[in-house]
Design a protein around this ligand. Sequence first.
Ligand SMILES: *Cc1c(COP(=O)(O)O)cnc(C)c1O
Length: 344
Amino acid sequence: MPLDVLKQVQEEFLDFHHTGMSIVEISHRSAAYQEMQDDTVRILRKLLLIPEEYHIIFMQGGGSLQFAMHAANFLHHCGGYLNTGVWSDKAMKAASFYGDTYEVASSKEDHFAYIPKADSFQVREGSDYVYMTSNNTIHGTEWHDFPSFDVPLICDMSSDFLSRPVDVKNFDFIYAGVQKNVGPAGVVIGIIKDSLLKKSNTRLPLMLQYKTYVDHDSTYNTPPVFNIYFVNKVCHWLDERGGLAAMLETNKEKAAILYDAIDRSDGFYRGHAKKDSRSLMNVTFNLPTVELEKKFVAEAAGHDLIGVKGHRSLGGCRASIYNAVPVEGCSVLAEFMEEFRKKQ
Ligand SMILES: *Cc1c(COP(=O)(O)O)cnc(C)c1O
C-alpha cells in the first residue's frame, strides 16, 4: 500500500471527518459514511471512465466467492472460460457446480506461460458468457489486448485493477478483490452492466444475488466500511498522481527494469512467461537449480527484498510489483539480481 495512504489513515483513525469517532465506529447508515461511499463510487467512475449504464457495488467473500457467484447469477446454459492460470481454473471448477463449463482456450499444457491468441478461441453457441482473468498473478502473464465476443464478457481483474486504463465498455462484469493493488483484504469491487444484471438468476439467496447489492447501494447489510474507506484513499492517491495513464507508465518502467535484468543474465534467470505475455504486476522467473532459488530468496531477504519466493503452486521466484512499489524498489532488486549472479 502507498506509504502516504497508510499515514493518512493513521492520522484520521481516531476522528473520521470531524465526527469525533473512528471510521470503524461510525454507523454505515450515517451521512458521514454514505458521503464517503458515494465519493468512492465517484472517484472510481472518474479513474476508469465507467459509463452510466454500469453499477458499482461492494461485496465481501473475496475473489473466491466470485468464482461461484458469477455462475450462480449468470450460468443458465453454458459458460466459456479463457483458462490462463490457477485462478481461472478455480473459477471454472467452482462454476461447474451450476451448469456446463468449457474452455474457450487454455495455456494449461504449457504451465500457463502464455496468453492464448484470438484465432484459437472456440465459443460454443448458446454460451451465457465468456470468463477471463486479466492478470495471472501466479504465473506472471497478463492480457495486453482484451478480446471481445458476441456474448457478455466477465473479467476477474483482482491483481491488476487500477494499474492501467481499461475500456470498461468492452466488459459486462468486472470484479476485483482489492488486496493486491487497492486496499486491505475484505472487499470486492464489482462493475456490472445493467443489461447483464437484468439476465441474472433471482432464484438465489439474497446475499448471493448481484441485484441485492445494486438495489440496496451495497448496504443491504453492513458493508466492509474500513476497506471501502481505504480504497477511497488509494483512489484519491492515484487521481492526484495523474490517474491510470500515469500509473501505467510507471508500471511499465518498473517491469522493464526487472525483465531487462532477466534478459541480460545470459540465461541465469529464466522468465516463466513468454515475452509477449509478460505481466507488469508479477515478474516470475527461475534460477538454474532449486537450491540456488532458495539461496536467492534468503539472501534477498537479507537486503530487505521480502517475498520474492514464487507461489507454492508454481515454485521459482516472483517479484510482485503492484502500484505502491516505487521504481527504486525495482532498481534495487535488479542490482541485487546482477550481484547474486556474478557471485555464483
Ligand atoms: C488473489 C487472487 C484471487 C483470490 O482472491 P481471494 O480474495 O483470496 O479469494 C482471485 N483472482 C486473482 C486474479 C487473484 O490474484
